[in-house]
Write a protein that binds this ligand. Structure first.
Ligand code: GLN
Length: 488
């Protein structure tokens, strides 16, 4: 077995598995060992070598029988928001500590059906609420590029694990940026598809009108392979699943970019964008010009409003979704209580962390009689306007580009006592989330402290193949995505 197995892309590893130069079992063992050796990163919350190796042996049997499915035998790991039968599911919360789901989420079972081998579950902010992974009830995750910095969130474990080559790929979820921002902070590639493309069935719910699953890997080529395996209608199980057939997102990766109109929203380059991120994003945009694309100035005038709008709608939905954690049906239950109400109160007081409680309170407030019209209803109206602004913008461009986040990854602890500072850092990812549009993060060089910068690409509805094409062409022309953290 080659010692460089973990440096192979998903596509390369799949080819080696098919050529039988490495077996799925060897690959799984190799990555499980790496996960153990780098346990200090805090990326994994659960592994189960027995279950992983059983999946690997099944993949080897399929390969031996001549099956040439494109992802067969390739390992990956799942954000601990997807329920799984082989591993516990915690959603990063004490509330679900030790919880074992009786079923697999649709995304997990689709990926398993493609023959991929699951290495385990990855750390995340509690119930996916956060931008730094510091809201995990279990441990913070360290950024492999600088262990004193955050990996981003909420899919911080996924991003760190991929960047540190503990897995060739991972799943993530994105409600307001949780695939794109950690991908940017850790120098990897991630895509959040159009809302409804991937089934939400079995994804622990945060804000149902925004939650969306997507892949995180080192390249757009790998993300395309994974996304093809994850998406597709699930109409019986997810009422917001789109009735759009599964697609081969790799089909147009190599299309030329001549004449592509890239919209540059002026609001994404305003005050507040740090100079290092701006310089890196500008350099990536210059590459696109060399590839034949045109940069078109556009405006997304309600960009700033996306923060208050999101931080009303997401907590409102969260307060409702999280009412199910009452100590009765699953998860944590307080041991000392006087009556039923006391049991509810103590269970929830003990089980939820500070950020989750904060959001439940905000959400309950904005939905309450007397405040509903003033906050929730207004937020819904502006959400629609934000979506309309994008449609206006797409009249003059094919894709939109800008930064993923205003800065590179910050230091652990730097913003952990200031929730508003965290919320403000979501400014560039929230608009596409509120509109339900596909968005991705593509490595675009380095900023302060040698930390990775992400270029955000936003497409119109169902334009994932276009986004992946635009990202892939950049990755063919540059090697930012191939850079590797020191000591990995
Ligand atoms: N940072 C945002 C939040 O805290 C987005 C999280 C997410 O996309 N899951 O809500």
């Amino acid at each position: 077995m080659t010692t460089e197995l973990h440096d192979l892309s998903v596509a390369q590893l799949a080819a080696q598995l098919r050529a039988k130069t490495v077996s799925a079992t060897e690959a799984a063992q190799h990555f499980l060992q790496r996960a153990e050796a780098h346990a200090g990163l805090g990326a994994f919350l659960a592994t189960n070598a027995e279950a992983t190796l059983m999946q690997a042996r099944a993949a080897d049997a399929r390969i031996a029988a001549g099956d040439s499915a494109p992802l067969l035998g390739v390992p990956l790991a799942h954000k601990d928001i997807f329920v799984t039968t082989d591993f516990p599911t915690t959603a990063g919360s004490k509330m679900l500590d030790g919880y074992r789901s009786p079923f697999d989420s649709t995304v997990v079972s689709k990926i398993a059906g493609s023959g991929m081998v699951s290495l385990g579950k990855l750390n995340c902010d509690e119930f996916a609420m956060g931008s730094s992974n510091e809201n995990s009830a279990f441990s913070a995750v360290k950024n492999p590029w600088d262990l004193s910095r955050v990996p981003g969130g909420s899919s911080g474990g996924s991003a760190a694990a991929v960047a540190a080559r503990l897995t060739p790929a991972a799943t993530g979820t994105d409600t307001g940026g949780s695939i794109r921002q950690p991908a940017a902070f850790c120098g990897i590639t991630g895509i959040k598809p159009t809302y409804g493309r991937a089934s939400r069935y079995g994804m622990v719910a945060f804000a149902s009108s925004l939650d969306q699953a997507g892949p995180m890997a080192r390249s757009a080529e790998d993300c395309a392979l994974l996304l093809s395996a994850m998406c597709g209608p699930d109409l019986d199980r997810d009422s917001t699943s789109l009735d759009v057939p599964a697609e081969d997102f790799s089909r147009s990766l190599n299309d030329p970019l001549d004449g592509l109109r890239i919209g540059i929203p002026k609001e994404f380059f305003a005050e507040g964008l740090s100079a290092d991120v701006r310089a890196a994003v500008d350099a990536a945009l210059q590459e696109y010009k060399k590839l034949g694309a045109k940069l078109v100035p556009i405006s997304l005038p309600r960009t700033e409003l996306s923060i208050p709008v999101y931080y009303i709608i997401a907590p409102a939905e969260a307060s409702s979704n999280l009412s199910r954690f009452d100590g009765v049906k699953f998860g944590h239950r307080a041991t000392d209580y006087t009556d039923l109400l006391d049991m509810y109160k103590k269970t929830r007081a003990e089980g939820f962390g500070d950020e989750v409680k904060r959001r439940i309170m905000i959400g309950t407030y904005v939905l309450s009689h007397g405040y509903y019209d003033a906050y929730y209803l207004q937020a819904q109206k502006i959400r629609r306007m934000i979506a309309d602004d994008f449609q206006q913008a797409f009249k003059s461009c094919d894709v939109i580009a800008g930064p993923v986040a205003p800065t590179v990854a910050w230091k652990l602890g730097e913003k952990s006592s200031d929730p508003v500072a965290n919320y403000l850092a979501d400014i560039f990812t929230l608009p596409a989330s509120l509109a339900g549009l596909p968005g991705m993060s593509v490595p675009a060089g380095f900023g302060t402290g040698g930390m990775p910068v992400g270029l955000q690409l936003i497409g119109n509805y169902l334009q994932e193949a276009k986004l992946l094409n635009v990202a892939h062409r950049l990755q063919q022309a540059t090697d930012w995505h191939a850079a590797k953290p020191e000591g990995i």
